[in-house]
Design a protein around this ligand. Sequence first.
Ligand code: ADP
Length: 165
Amino acid sequence: MIVEVILGDITKLGSEVEAIVNAANEDLLGGGGVDGAIHRAAGPELLKECCTLGGCEPGDAKVSKAYNLKQKYIIHTVGPRYYSNPNPAETLRSCYQKSLQIADKLGVKTIAFPSISTGVFRYPLEEASSIAINTIKQYKSKNIETVIICAFDEKTYKVYLDKLR
Ligand code: ADP
């Protein structure tokens, strides 16, 4: 499995990326940051489907179709709120694991993640990026060949790239 870090907007990725991960909220009804961007780009049908998914616990993940995005699937995972989650490290690890498991089961070969929890949920970037990279590298994949971390700003990009090396 290859792990790559890129700088860019996750909603602009092409069809060679079959699944993107959304850093969602528990209610799965959209929000700010990457969640808002994904909902805007996918269109209103996404919200309709998300309403049927019954929400999502922190550390868990659920899948939907991708509508106007070029992917096949959106995997919605809820990261820990750093300052109120009782075990943010384990919850964050679980987000990456569960998302990879779902994608793998669906036969996805290429998946892209945003930097889960390091925006509004305030997870410190250094620690979050270590957990992300370690969890992805430890994952025993059946179908997934490439995992992309899509950083949206220069600082996030550099920190993830550093951890990868
Ligand atoms: P969380 O609530 O899990 O912290 P946020 O969306 O607030 O989620 O932030 C997570 C990361 O996603 C941040 O690094 C933020 O800059 C980034 N982000 C925001 N918009 C996009 C986008 N369109 N593509 C990729 N990453 C994005």
